[in-house]
Design a binder for this molecule. Structure first.
Ligand SMILES: Nc1nc2c(ncn2[C@@H]2O[C@H](COP(=O)(O)OP(=O)(O)OP(=O)(O)O)[C@@H](O)[C@H]2O)c(=O)[nH]1
Length: 576
């Protein structure tokens, strides 16, 4: 008997030892993969397909071995360059719109492949890589269509993995968008993906930076969201942080009446937002548990999780900091600094989760627009005139003149009188007034462009989009005060303001030389801190000339799909 017992114990010990060995091996493997993945998380929006294949040859071989690349050459999506070459600009734009509408549904957020807790770490890793490469391959195929321009998007799987985790663990998903152009930052497919994970999950649009939106425009957006069944809240992380310090940033209008009963146009305060988020998340949990509620005897409260997702720079970290009431995550105006998701326990009932900013794939914007909207870093700007043209198209001429204390040349008699200034005119006027001269002796357009884009992103240059189907005539005659009691001070002039005649003289002048005089005069008068650039000016350089007749290498004015907001009309209707 004793021998049998010993044998059984021996077998038991052997089994335990085997289990432990397996556990240690699995842990080691997991650690190896973990270490391998622990390289600093970086956002890859600029990487191209070739780079991806060279850099990640292991992933490429995975893709090839799966046979997934076998149909990569099929051309059912293609409109060839030859077909497109015969079209007029208008026809091309129309065809592009049609193609974009046709393939809009192909712009998906990458899905995490199905998984379960029995899978090994390697298996999970390989499946995720495979699914991700498949997703990238589909997008690459879209790019083969000459009519479709896919803007840079996040190509680092590890960043998408962060999103998958946040989506899976959150009951309520808060999509943070910039109030000045909510639909640029909204990703409807993400809402769909959340529902695929769990049909009860809800997505709420947190319309941040509402302090930068005039009240009447906020009201229009509220009506639009309400009519289209979009769950939304207006919010200003900046105002909420100011409130924590006892300051008031937003002066709300006394009456916020609307034709739609129950319309919520308020900008929420910190406590209100926390309460509402918790209530929304609890309603998700309640809906999820409802079918089995008959078997549940207790009504005890569960901890709910609210995940914050969105493009870089929309204010996710600022929002979390304002909600937590202390600085817990880094905030800067450089997009893409949050690299890993963070979990913050607010109370026994509420947990917040901050996801790194993600650039979702889209057709609808240009790279310049993405720089101007703050989702691609200004440092990566290669064509500054194109990016500044976005600013020139969207900020009223009078606002640019007032805020920068500059004079922009009037449109020529043969041009539409309401055309926006060209980026060239704007950059030149700015450089002249500030004395920004590059070492070449030419206006330092890059420096000017960087400053203007920063001002545009930070809200110093006012701009906003109207809800779809609405134009400025819908907002005229209404109070459009921004609600913010922060009055924009015009920038101090660096010297006396050149009058229009002086500027027009400059157009006719060999302005490299004359420009340098203007520059020096201004520098001496005010901006003592600026370096004196002593390099001789190029006499015959024509890059200072104003005009868009094409003779000076200036790009034609770009027509953007979204109509520029007529700020002049809005300003005239009472905006400060
Ligand atoms: N005017 C205004 N500016 C804001 C507000 N919230 C955030 N900002 C500014 O927007 C910029 C980006 O804010 P972050 O909180 O770092 O944005 P994020 O979404 O966490 O960015 P990533 O880490 O890149 O994903 C910073 O310059 C903030 O000061 C707001 O409510 N109003």
């Amino acid at each position: 008997m004793g021998g049998k017992k010993e044998r059984t114990e021996g077998l038991g010990r052997a089994l335990i030892r085997q289990q432990n060995r397996k556990a240690i091996e699995a842990k080691e493997k997991g650690r190896a993969i973990h270490l391998q993945n622990r390289k600093v998380l970086e956002s890859y929006t600029e990487i191209n397909e070739i780079d991806a294949i060279i850099d990640k040859s292991d992933e490429a071989s995975l893709l090839l071995s799966s046979g997934a690349a076998s149909d990569a050459g099929s051309s059912d999506l293609l409109i060839s360059a030859d077909d497109a070459g015969d079209m007029t600009a208008e026809e091309r734009r129309q065809a592009q719109k049609e193609e974009e509408a046709l393939y809009a549904s192909n712009l998906k957020v990458p899905r995490r492949p199905p998984w379960n807790s029995n899978m090994s770490v390697e298996e999970l890793d390989a499946n995720e890589k495979q699914a991700f490469l498949e997703w990238r391959r589909k997008l690459a195929r879209l790019e083969e269509n000459d009519m479709l321009v896919l803007t840079p998007y996040e190509k680092n799987l590890d960043i998408w993995r962060q999103l998958w985790r946040v989506l899976e663990r959150s009951d309520l998903i808060v999509m943070v968008v910039d109030a000045r152009d909510p639909f640029f930052y909204r990703c409807p497919d993400l809402e769909e993906y959340a529902l695929e994970i769990d049909e009860h999950k809800r997505t709420l649009l947190l319309v941040n930076k509402a302090d930068l939106l005039p009240f009447n425009i906020r009201k229009k957006w509220a009506e639009y969201f309400h009519q289209h069944d979009i769950l939304f809240i207006f919010w200003s992380a900046k105002a909420a942080s100011a409130a924590i310090e006892g300051k008031t940033l937003i002066q709300e209008p006394e009456s916020q009446e609307s034709d739609l009963p129950g319309l919520d146009t308020r900008i929420y305060g910190r406590d209100e937002l926390l309460t509402r988020l918790q209530a929304e998340a609890e309603s998700v949990v309640a809906a999820r548990e409802r079918p089995s509620s008959s078997s549940s005897t207790t009504s005890e409260k569960r901890q709910v999780t609210v995940g914050f997702v969105g493009y870089p720079n929309v204010g996710k970290s600022s929002t979390i900091n304002a909600l937590v009431g202390a600085k817990r995550t880094g905030v800067t105006s450089t997009p893409g600094k949050t690299k890993h998701f963070q979990t913050l326990i607010i109370s026994d009932e509420l947990v917040l989760c901050d996801c790194p900013g993600l650039v979702f794939p889209s057709f609808s914007s240009s790279r310049h627009e993405m720089v101007a909207c703050g989702v691609l870093p200004i440092d990566r700007m290669t064509q500054h005139r194109e990016a500044v043209q976005v600013v020139a198209n969207r900020v009223a001429r009078c606002e640019l003149e007032r805020i920068y204390n500059i004079r922009l040349p009037n449109p020529k008699p043969y041009e539409p009188q309401n055309r926006p200034p060209t980026s060239y005119e704007l950059l030149r006027a700015y450089c002249v007034s500030r004395g920004h001269v590059a070492s070449s002796g030419l206006p330092d357009e890059t420096r000017a462009a960087r400053q203007m884009l920063k001002d545009y992103i930070d809200g110093k240059l006012p701009h906003f989009e109207l809800p779809p189907g609405m134009d400025t005539s819908d907002t005229e005659g209404e109070d459009s005060g921004s609600g913010s009691d922060e009055e924009e001070e015009p920038e101090p002039s660096s010297g006396s303001l050149p009058d229009r005649r002086e500027l027009e003289d400059l157009e006719e002048f060999d302005s490299g030389l004359k420009g340098s005089k203007v520059v020096k005069k201004r520098e001496n008068k005010k901006e003592g801190s600026h370096k004196q650039h002593k390099k001789p000016q190029r006499k015959k350089d024509r890059s200072w000339r104003v005009g868009n007749d094409g003779g000076d290498g200036m790009p034609a004015i770009r027509v953007f799909q979204k109509p520029a907001v007529n700020f002049a009309a809005i300003s005239a209707s009472g905006r400060g």
